[in-house]
Design a protein around this ligand. Sequence first.
Ligand code: FER
Length: 332
Amino acid sequence: MLKKLFLLLSLSTMLPFGKAWLGCYAQNSTAGSFESTIQPILPIPDEVRKPNAKQGRIEEFKYMAHKNGRTFQKHARVYTPYGYKAEDKKTKYDVLYLMHGGGDKTTSFLTPPNDWLPLRNILDNLIAEGKMRPIIVVCPTFYDDDENIGANNMGDAIALTRDFHTELQNDLIPTVEKQYNTYLEGTDSIAVTKTRDHRAYGGFSMGALSTWYQLAYGVNAVKHFLPLSGDIWAYNEKGEKQDAKFAAEWMNSMLEKSPFAHDFEVYGYTGTKDVAGNPEKATIEALHKYAPLFRYATPDANLRFSMKKDGEHFYGHINEYLYYALPLIYKK
Ligand code: FER
């Protein structure tokens, strides 16, 4: 039985890589600028950067959160695809939750500055071109709300990302998935678990950390995971951050407790010039080596990983990763 883990204020340690790992890379690298174990990676087509005529909508969604004996209002951004009709209750949609990075907010993924590759254009274009099923995207915040970001330091952010799975399960999923046309029937944990195949969770940087913690603590609620530029932060009982091997073994021991230990999938992405690049690579390598519940580079893989050459730590590149990943999860 694993002792309770404590979280510390510290950034990830860079770890060296063995030859076997690099060999695995060379084998899977492609002519494009993106190394992948998933599929050949082509440059992002220019059309995808432009708005499609068939555009989805982005709305503000308000809900009540319950935390540490407090009840308070929070909000999230919700993308509904082109053609979504609130009154058509028979057409149901899968839901992707996307968590922002440290110091960011609910608008960071869906409405970033215009010069970044906008996620909404990617979604509109992939859906209009028939490359993926239409889905609903929900962008919440692990902070108490967008307004209080400045009140939280990095130490808070680690605890907030670790604990967000409780709010997702108890407050956000039951409200947002009842308001919108999704597969959720009922609001209790059994109803949430029953529909986990229709739910994905991803995030950037500290949002990627929240994704790893969602996998560790909340795999019963979610099946598909997208850690984008972030590694697993795991700690010993003294609160000291441990290496990737420890983190991988910790993750495996957490998953072993779930009936869904054999029913989840991870799509990890990062970039070679990203501060999280080597740390996430080390995490994936360690999961492959030390976490038997993860199958990497096998025909039945549930762990996939790609690195964009020269990819950096910002949403413009992160959104490119979603362009590749979403059609894999939401096959037509
Ligand atoms: C990482 C590198 C950087 C990571 C998170 C960060 C969870 C976050 C940095 C920041 O918010 O300043 O590997 O993994």
